[in-house]
Ligand binder design. Structure first.
Ligand code: AHG
Ligand code: MN
Ligand code: MN
Length: 278
């Protein structure tokens, strides 16, 4: 596991450089979920592949930006599902973006997830790892990640981060969000799941949701690369992660690019979500 975390750190240093120095425009390609790829989506994906190719404990990798799995070492133990550049459409407005990694052993579902990591490229670069516990690190002037602190969610918070097109929300979702506001929450949503979920973790609690909508009945966020890693991190930090009814980590995708509605947060907010999805 240490060598996988090291490969992620090396990738992060290179990706930070690419974000700061390379063209943030679109390419001509479309990825497996139908998004037009930015040139940086492609380049960051290749950086991560290159770093994992050096690690003998990696059996195979699968990226949000590639249709198929890439075999690495036949006798490797781990499979890594990753989103190389989450929130990449926010690069032009200079918002924070991130990389997300799920480290799986034996299958790409919640039961086989053994660790999860994300990196956030903001005013500073930070990394959050969940293995035995949840720890935050900061990239220093020597390009090393220094441990800052452990992260834990409170029973409830004051942040509401809610995605999707509002006019396509269900009535139940609208009512649920109203109840969250009536509990005293404020809207804090950048449109990048890494900074949005990072904010809730660091500020102690709240709710992030990407529900089922009339245009996207199965939500937008992808289980293997985005949803499961964050569900793992939130649960390890003492929070909850559900699809509205069920625990996200109990879901099994039938295809690596499958999406699901998802709600991440502290206990009290998730109780409210459950009430509207009975
Ligand atoms: P990606 O850039 O990897 O395609 O993912 C973007 C995701 C996620 O970061 C964010 O939570 C969500 O898209 C925002 O979607 P909406 O603009 O529909 O709320
Ligand atoms: Mn993404
Ligand atoms: Mn992405």
């Amino acid at each position: 596991m240490v060598e996988i975390f090291d490969a992620i750190k090396k990738s992060a240093v290179r990706i930070k450089w690419l974000i700061e120095n390379e063209d943030s425009g679109y390419s001509q390609n479309i990825n497996a979920t139908g998004d037009t790829q930015l040139k940086l989506d492609i380049k960051t994906d290749l950086v991560i592949e290159e770093e994992f190719r050096k690690i003998s404990s990696v059996k195979e990798i699968i990226s949000e930006e590639k249709e198929e799995k890439t075999p690495i070492y036949e006798h490797g133990k781990y499979m890594v599902g990753y989103d190389p550049l989450d929130g990449s459409s926010l690069l032009d407005v200079n918002f924070s973006v991130g990389s997300i990694f799920g480290i799986y052993k034996g299958g790409y579902d919640g039961r086989h997830l053994v660790a999860a990591v994300y990196v956030i490229y903001g005013p500073v670069t930070q990394m959050v790892t969940a293995y035995e516990d949840v720890g935050m690190y900061k990239l220093n002037e020597n390009n090393e990640f220094a441990f800052i602190k452990s992260l834990e969610l409170k029973q409830s918070g004051l942040i509401n981060a809610t995605g999707g097109t509002h006019s396509n929300w269900s009535d139940e979702h609208k009512k649920m969000i109203e109840e969250i506001y009536s509990m005293g929450h404020r809207l804090r949503y950048s449109g990048g799941m890494v900074p949005d979920l990072h904010q809730i973790l660091l500020k102690g609690g709240g709710l992030f949701s990407y529900p089922s909508t009339s245009d996207r009945p199965k939500g937008k966020l992808r289980m293997v690369f985005e949803v499961f890693p964050f569900a793992f991190i939130y649960e390890k930090a003492g929070g909850k992660a559900i699809d509205g009814k069920r625990r996200l980590l109990d879901l099994t995708p039938s295809h690596p690019h499958d999406t699901t509605p998802c709600f991440f947060g502290s206990e009290k907010e998730i109780e409210t979500v459950l009430k509207y999805n009975e």
